[in-house]
Write a protein that binds this ligand. Sequence first.
Ligand SMILES: [Zn+2]
Length: 551
Amino acid sequence: MFRRLIGRFVGGVGIAAVMLMALGAPAAADTYTRQPGIDVQQYIFRIELKDGTRAISGQADIDLVFKTDGVAELLLDLIGASADGKTGMTVSAVTSGAQTLAFTHEHNRVRIQLGPAAKAGDRRRVTVQYSGVPADGLLIGPNKHGEPVFFGDNFPDRARYWLPTIDHPYDKSACEFVITAPEAYQVVAPGALVETTSLAENRRLTRYREAVPITTYCMVIGVGRFAVETIGYVHGAPIQSWVYPSERDPGFADFRIALKPMELFSWRIGPYAYEKLANVQSKTRYGGMENASTIFYREGVVTGKGTNEGLFAHEIAHQWFGDSVTESDWDHTWLSEGFATYLTHVYNEYTFGRDTMVRGLRRDRESVIRYYDRNPKSAIVTPATEKLDNILSTNSYQKGGWFLHMLRRLVGDEVFWKGISTFYMRHRNGNALTEDFQRVMEEVSGKPLQAFFRQWVYTPGQPVIKGSWTYAAGVLTVELHQAQATDTVYTTALDIGIVTDRGAAPKVEVVQLVQRDQTFTISLDKEPLDVVLDPNTWLLMQAGEFARKPR
Ligand SMILES: [Zn+2]
């Protein structure tokens, strides 16, 4: 998703987390209680929405397969009734076929007794009947034009406010939404539209089926009055714009930009995973939220001036990374946000040229350095706090993006894109961790990358490089010092840019940093006018003082 500029505070890490990182070990998995004996195949949510009430009634059919023998319980996340009884969900019945199942609903978890113990490979459908007023997750209320709308806004673990699910990205599944709503409203949801039926009392049933496994945080609906346009097709998938009717003309104009990133990423990474892509003006709390095949953008996204191209590129990039290849653990959120951040830079590179990408990377580098000053114990892979309030950080976005940029430099363009594409195809519509990405990159590059990943992904911080240069008798001497306060000494290539002609691009000499203090000599037939470090913006470093040493 795209963080709003204001309103999101990013905290530090707990003591246990700091200790783990001090040992240099990859961070432990997040603390969500998993159910290894159960794999959800599909959710079918039947939900009735009415005007004039915030209450919903729902039925969830949960099709699951047992992965081990003897599983007796199913646990579902569902926020229960609040103390004052005004919000929350109440479960009225749980069944499996004709059989009624015993359950409890405490501490926002529905614990269901499955009856006769199952064998591995058995399938079962569990049906949960429930109703209530969602306190969050399904945003109900007027849009900026005062019209009634309903929007799911599930990230990261807010599906449980209105959908009984295993609400964690490790268990992806197909889903179907069967929505009954006043007939004046249109409905958008993940996947293909498979049914619209007029019902009595001016109601309509709309059914969408997402056959591709997705995360619960992507299982959303948008319901209200919309203007809808199909702007084109990418590999057979229609690309649609959904905007508020009173913003039809500027909205359609702005949203047509979506074709460009769809085409670029399909070509660069691999085939798009879903049946369609709807870009939807919505009430999401985020700047944009990448729900699989159904991206929700903030209400203010429509300007009529095409000013949100980067936002579209970011959310569309998530369809490949985040949605199709999903981190199986919140600690690895950078596999979603770092990829979307870097792919937006790549979109800028292809669309506007390298200078635009470099400007973005330099901005990001400044943010990473500032963030590190306030959060010196936090790395790209960082243990998620229980409230998940630290997963969307400058580390998962900008530093994750910068890591990919440096990896691209290390292995070269061709191998980098082969690796990105291979990683996508191997984990498409599934899950992955950082070590899976490392493995793919090692395979395609033929290089061991353990130290590179450890230094940049699992270790907080970046090098602070300072030094000086002199020139005498045809020899340029460059003295460099790694001045970071930590014990880490970085091993990295560094470009030394030698300016011998005003106005011309610097000549680049690549040196390898392996020690805290190093001196490099370079033969030059002409005295340089200036010497600069990293002229082409390839290294995530904090630049210390670097100048000609006074003679
Ligand atoms: Zn994002």
